[in-house]
Design a protein around this ligand. Structure first.
Ligand SMILES: *[C@@H]1O[C@H](CO)[C@@H](O)[C@H](O)[C@H]1NC(C)=O
Ligand SMILES: *[C@@H]1O[C@H](CO)[C@@H](O)[C@H](O)[C@H]1NC(C)=O
Ligand SMILES: *[C@@H]1O[C@H](CO)[C@@H](O)[C@H](O)[C@H]1NC(C)=O
Length: 718
């Protein structure tokens, strides 16, 4: 594609490399790995490339994880013990329930817009995995949401913007790998829907691949991620795990990934995928990478595959570069056979982790509206709260969930990302515990079927009504709608409350975008938390009572109607015809329910430039913004930096390029935040040159409290 602007090819930084053929890495860790490979027998090499341990029973045999590679004790190579991921250590056995933390989903972490918190979470995940004997976590899941009903959106830590995903993915990887656990960026690439997920053939332009869909993956690489997992879908007519343009040219070549690529479970469909760039077949029971099959592979390529695996293990501290030296971490249990005690007996859910799960959930809450400052709840305004609706006290049905791998509920998603909580805290329980401290009475109507008459009886006694709307999602299927399951009940409750003159706060639990138009007008306050895990109700209470002022921002759009959002493809090819106008970016001219980046506090914030945007050394932009608390209560704000490219650059009207989260600001307090937008952020992908091209001209920097609440803007000539 030709751009009508002066362009010059950027070639000064490794991340801007335009090399197109994969090179065998020559880092110190790769060299150390090569010397270990030189000591390995052919059988030992093959054994590291072909997964073991999977069975049909919930996917996991006793003594095995979700996937494993056996150890090579002779060379001090530990086994790889792999476990999912998206909400913590995956529970597949009843004994594990309660031994591990059921964290908020990854999308909730994205909703905090807090890079430091994401890294702290990553470290805690690393500790729990390691404590259970797993040294590989099958995350982060980083695909940018394209399809609002996407069944795995709750797992995807990028939300609708690559920049959010870049920051969150890098923080996660850094946190996890600091604990000697390998992280796996997935699902590469264009895994954007669950409908026909094994046969959908995604076609995106190279430019949108590099500018949107690859970006969080590239950030994971820069953070040192050990491994990639290729996706189920096809890209340009070829399955992702056998696609050499995707894995060799783009991932290992243009993105310079030096780690190893594992397949998703059964995402290999033919022999010879090693030629395309796949390094490890998981779960391996399909035997495409059996010793027999691999004996037909090129020996140099096999050595490259094993080198990549071992180098990643060395880099992440899982084993020593010197095979005669002991591992830097205490040895793990070894597959096969030795892990039962850790897997089924070790409790790694600590009070610190429970507190962190609660903090993440609370910090993820987006306050979408708060008319007449109905929140926070204070004893001078509220003597009695009515909690109405079954979704405020949903059941957890552990046994049923254990039987059906992809059953979700109103605390956790279904599928491989699921962590079944033992005794999750509902909204009702969270509110009751907190209200008691203030002597506030709680009346309830939360039976398993929603009854308006019963709800009205409770509401009649209250100064404030709290009601809940929830839905869940699962791997393997897209959501059938964007509504919450109680949509019509919420309509009736808000209408009845209006007649009774009672303010209503609606608390949502969602796995992604939601349409709230039918009850929004009747709600005085509206809050969203993505599937919040075991501490959901306590976290909601923290926010409602103002102990933790709301500071989350939507990482997705809440459209007015489902039809406004991109629907999954039903047939092939699946053309990504919107190009760079992905998700919220394509809704520019349209009214939405709540826009990308939206979330209020219990206070208001003022914005002022510190230093106005200017071109920095190295070609990027530099500026600072002072955010001040102009209201009466404490709060935290997330100033978001959007960039508008010069006319004619072919870019969306604006895109997120940076953000930061303030500390807790007391009334009257201000914080100066420094921003840098690097040169590559001002570049576009030039398909002909297969590299980044800088754009010159007048950019506009827009700093806002959401994508539709821009507070500062300044032109800058680049
Ligand atoms: C997919 O096809 C497009 C259009 O032909 C091409 O530009 C791009 O390089 C291909 N990408 C991959 C990963 O195959
Ligand atoms: C490799 O394995 C697959 C699945 O087991 C089998 O169908 C195929 O024929 C094998 N190919 C070679 C070259 O051995
Ligand atoms: C778990 O701990 C109990 C009690 O210490 C012990 O009897 C049992 O053998 C352990 N289970 C496994 C699988 O190691």
């Amino acid at each position: 594609m030709r751009l009508s602007l002066p362009l010059f090819l950027l070639s000064f930084a490794p991340s801007l490399s335009t090399s197109s053929s994969p090179t065998i890495p020559h880092s110190p860790s790769a060299d150390a790995a090569s010397s270990i490979v030189a000591q390995m027998t052919t059988e030992e090499k093959y054994s590291l490339l072909n997964g073991i341990g999977w069975s049909s029973h919930m996917g996991q045999d006793d003594g095995y994880y979700i996937g494993n590679e056996p150890a090579v004790p002779r060379l001090n190579i530990p086994s790889l013990n792999m476990q999912d991921a998206a909400q913590g250590f995956r529970t597949t056995d009843i004994r594990q329930i309660g031994q591990v933390t059921a964290w908020p989903c990854s999308l909730a972490v994205a909703g905090t817009w807090d890079a430091e918190l994401a890294e702290t979470w990553g470290a805690a995940l690393g500790d729990e995995h390691r404590g259970k004997g797993a040294n590989v976590i099958l995350g982060p899941s980083v695909n940018v949401h394209r399809v609002a009903v996407g069944g795995r959106n709750a797992e995807y830590i990028s939300g609708e913007e690559p920049k959010l995903g870049e920051v969150m993915a890098a923080s996660y990887v850094t946190g996890v790998q600091s604990r000697g656990v390998l992280a796996v960026a997935k699902h590469f690439a264009l895994n954007n829907q669950e409908t026909n997920r094994n046969t959908v053939d995604s076609h995106a332009s190279e430019r949108s691949m590099h500018e949107v869909y690859y970006k969080p993956f590239a950030a994971a690489i820069e953070a040192g991620v050990a491994s990639f997992m290729c996706a189920y879908n096809l890209v340009n007519g070829t399955h992702a795990c056998g696609n050499s343009d995707l894995l060799s040219r783009d991932l290992k070549g243009r993105l310079n990934f030096e780690g190893f690529v594992m397949s998703d479970w059964w995402a290999v469909h033919d022999a010879g995928y090693e030629d395309a760039g796949l390094d490890m077949d998981m779960p391996g029971t399909d035997s495409y990478f059996s010793a027999d099959n691999l004996s037909a592979a090129d020996d140099g390529r096999v050595d490259d595959m094993v080198t990549r695996v071992l180098a990643a293990m060395i880099r992440s501290g899982l084993m020593s570069a010197d095979p005669s030296a002991p591992a830097p971490f205490p040895p793990l249990c070894e597959i096969p056979g030795g892990c039962d005690d850790l897997m089924f007996n070790a409790t790694v859910r600590t009070p610190e982790h429970v507190a962190l799960a609660r903090q993440i959930a609370a910090d993820s809450v987006a306050l979408l509206k708060n008319e007449n400052d109905v929140l926070p709840i204070t004893p001078d305004k509220v003597k009695t709260i009515a909690v109405v609706g079954s979704a405020c006290d949903p059941s957890n049905h552990k046994e049923e969930m254990l039987k059906v791998w992809n059953l979700g509920n109103f605390f956790v998603m279904g599928g491989s990302g699921r962590v079944i909580p033992d005794d999750p805290i509902s909204v009702l329980r969270g509110i009751k515990e907190r209200a008691a401290q203030d002597g506030i009475e709680v009346v309830e109507s939360v039976g398993s079927t929603d009854s308006l008459a019963a709800a009205k009886r409770a509401m009649a006694k209250a100064d404030l009504v709290v009601t809940c709307g929830a839905t869940t999602a699962t791997e393997g299927a897209d959501r059938s709608s964007l509504s919450v399951d109680q949509d019509s009940f919420l309509q009736s409750v808000t209408a009845a409350a209006a007649e009774m003159g009672k303010p209503v706060a609606v608390l949502l639990t969602t796995p992604g975008s939601a349409v709230v138009s039918s009850f929004d007008a009747g709600a005085a306050a509206l809050l969203n938390m993505f599937l919040g895990g075991e501490q959901l109700g306590s976290a909601y209470a923290d926010v409602l009572f103002g102990d933790t002022p709301p500071s989350g921002k939507l990482p997705v759009t809440f459209p007015l109607a489902a039809a406004d959002a991109t629907a999954p493809c039903e047939s092939n090819p699946c053309e990504y015809g919107e190009g760079l106008e992905v998700a919220w970016r394509g809704l520019g001219g349209k009214d939405v329910g709540y826009p990308f980046g939206h979330g209020l506090g219990y206070t208001q914030f003022g914005y002022a430039w510190g230093e106005e945007p200017a071109v920095a050394e190295g070609g990027g932009l530099r500026f600072s913004v002072s955010v001040s608390n102009a209201g009466e209560r404490a709060g935290r704000e997330v100033p978001q930096v959007y960039l508008a490219f010069p006319q004619g650059a072919g870019e969306p009207e604006m895109q997120l390029k940076a953000f930061a989260k303030t500390g807790a600001l007391q009334a009257g307090e201000a914080q100066l935040l420094e921003f840098e937008v690097s040169a590559v952020e001002l570049a576009v992908w030039d398909e002909e040159a297969a590299g980044w091209s800088a754009v010159e001209g007048e950019f506009e920097v827009r700093v806002g409290s959401s994508s539709r609440d821009i507070r500062l803007s300044a032109p800058v000539q680049v």
